[in-house]
Design a protein around this ligand. Structure first.
Ligand code: WCC
Ligand code: FE2
Length: 553
């Protein structure tokens, strides 16, 4: 599962890096470099000489050096992105343990080879091999996130809405579902040009793009596109009878969608040649034909709109305001309103003085083994009441956005007094006329790396390693291979990591022990498996308290 997760995130990353390489050569006119400052920051991070180079040449060099992480054959050299993004102490520890990947593809391939029948049968060795795969996952998602910001813009706070009620009966509704922003970004651009065509077809309000899952998170963070739903309820968007097209790319897409679409007028459109579904329309997407593909998709949706059956329309009127777009850069910018010279200082001071007890990152999926989104809310409310700062990504972020925990009212209602005071101080200084939202939306699943960027900055600032910080992670409804990979690198970088679903390892006492006590000895991070969200919330509060004691704060 760790290898599959690493493959999925890193394939996404490769796709982005290859596109950036082509942009650098001027071969993809539909795309451009939208965040030049970030491009140069990354070039510096990766030790790329930019002197006298044109901006596009720098983009090419950044993409090329990034792609070395898929090519390097020297086992003594780790991947560039891990070394550039984790604290030195952590990189040293992982290196000593032999857990650093030297090449994403080779690491995934090696896991497949060593788990073949009759190979690696020593539990700790298998576990460490898996951890190396999980760290390859981290590397792949870090590069995917950072290069996406360069190409599509680094998110900053934006106010939008979430939940199924964002589907509008008076518009041509197009849902973008999956993960990769390469097509959805162009669909957002082209939809503006084709708005009049939708109106001519009878849609009073033109085109309404809505998001599902992480493609949804990507366009939500960058453009304020409303989020219809997260993973487990993706079919429900079609059941409204008013969704005209659902366009999907990769990962976490239910293969049932075309059948559900067939009960309505909805076009379900696959776009990636390696991800097709029986019964779906396939429109093959390549960056070279991005604009044509986007036009074709939107035209399909407009045509479908004219076939709607008004008797089948039933859109539940549920939606919540969500303030999203908290990249690590956006958090630092918000903090810089309090201290322009040293933006991290207000955060560090408030953690040290206890106004903020710690930080929790919510990641991961929905699972059919749980009531959708419920555990997220219970754990978050427990932590917030105990003055823990909350971050979220992926379907966790979707859960909080849909249920109204990503707005200012939620902070007023659920944050402990000292957390509320800090969030209000930062929010007011940032011109929000009130607090920051209770849970900060950091993005899609690949954007978990944003939370690590922030944690690394904190660790470096305090001169400690990540495992010393009062920072925890929670995946209350972990389900996919990617979630297993994320949780595993969470442990490997030192985070106590809660799983609310039981991982498929408990058949072995040895492996179960390895994931908890064994991992703690090796990495400082460990898995906390707890299916009861109330107990889980309390356990995480206790862990944070113990970490504070360890730091003497
Ligand atoms: Ni990431 Fe999990 Fe959602 Fe899929 S989209 S379901 S891996 S959290
Ligand atoms: Fe995702």
């Amino acid at each position: 599962m760790m290898a599959a997760g690493a493959a999925a995130h890193s394939e996404h990353g490769r796709h982005i890096a290859l596109a950036m390489q082509k942009i650098g050569k001027g071969l993809l006119p539909a795309y451009r470099i939208r965040d030049e400052d970030k491009l140069y920051r990354i070039a510096e991070l990766l030790d790329i000489d930019t002197l006298g180079k044109e901006m596009l040449e720098v983009a090419y060099d950044v993409a090329t050096k990034t792609l070395e992480d898929y090519q390097n054959q020297d086992h003594h050299k780790g991947c560039h992105w891990i070394s550039a993004t984790l604290p030195d102490k952590r990189v040293d520890l992982l290196s000593r343990l032999g857990a650093l990947p030297h090449n994403i593809d080779a690491t995934v391939s090696q896991i497949m080879a060593r788990t073949h029948i009759g190979c690696d049968a020593e539990p700790k060795n298998v576990f460490l091999g898996g951890i190396r795969g999980a760290l390859a996952d981290f590397n792949g998602m870090s590069l995917a996130t950072e290069l996406s910001d360069v190409m599509f813009g680094t998110p900053s706070p934006v106010v939008t809405e979430a939940n199924i009620g964002v589907i509008d009966k008076d518009a041509v509704n197009i849902a973008v579902n999956g993960h990769n922003p390469l097509l959805s970004e162009i669909i957002c651009d082209i939809a503006r040009d084709m708005n009049d065509l939708a109106k001519e077809a009878g849609a009073e309000k033109g085109i309404n793009i809505v998001g599902i899952c992480c493609t949804g998170n990507e366009v939500m963070m960058r453009h304020g596109v409303p989020l219809a739903t997260n993973y487990l309820s993706q079919e429900m968007a079609i059941l409204t009878g008013a969704l005209d097209a659902m366009v999907v790319d990769v990962q976490c897409i239910m293969p049932s969608l075309p059948q559900v679409g067939n009960c309505f007028h909805t076009e379900v459109i696959t776009t990636m040649d390696e991800n097709k579904m029986q019964g779906a329309r396939h429109i093959s997407f390549h960056e070279q034909n991005a604009v044509e593909t986007a036009r074709e998709v939107i035209q399909c949706a407009i045509n479908a709109f004219t076939r709607r059956d008004p008797n089948k329309i039933n859109i539940p009127n549920v939606k919540q305001t969500a303030v999203v777009g908290f990249s690590s850069e956006a958090v630092i910018t918000a903090l810089s309103n309090l201290d322009a010279v040293d933006p991290l200082k207000p955060l560090v001071d408030n953690i040290v003085n206890g106004n903020i007890q710690g930080v929790a990152l919510f990641a991961g999926c929905n699972s059919t083994q749980t009531v959708q989104d419920e555990s997220y809310q219970i754990i978050a409310k427990t932590l917030a009441a105990n003055n823990v700062l909350l971050l979220a990504t992926g379907c966790g972020a979707g859960a909080f956005a849909k249920h109204g925990l990503m707005n200012q009212q939620a902070t007023e209602q659920y944050a402990g007094d000292s957390l509320k005071a800090v969030l209000t101080q930062i929010g007011d200084a940032a011109g929000l006329n009130g607090p920051l939202p209770l849970v900060l939306h950091m993005g899609s699943c690949v954007d978990n790396s944003r939370a690590v960027t922030l944690a690394t900055a904190l660790a470096n600032r305090l001169g400690v390693d990540l495992c010393d910080l009062p920072v925890v992670a929670s995946a209350p409804e972990a389900m996919s291979e990617k979630a297993i990979a994320i949780a595993s690198w969470g442990v490997a970088i030192g985070l106590p990591t809660h799983l609310g679903t039981i991982p498929q390892v408990t058949g072995s006492d040895v492996v179960t022990e390895l994931m908890q006590e064994g991992a703690k000895d090796l990495f400082g991070g460990y898995f906390i498996v707890e299916t009861d969200p109330k107990i889980a919330g309390n356990k995480l509060v206790e862990v944070i308290k113990a970490k504070r004691q360890g730091l003497g704060i």
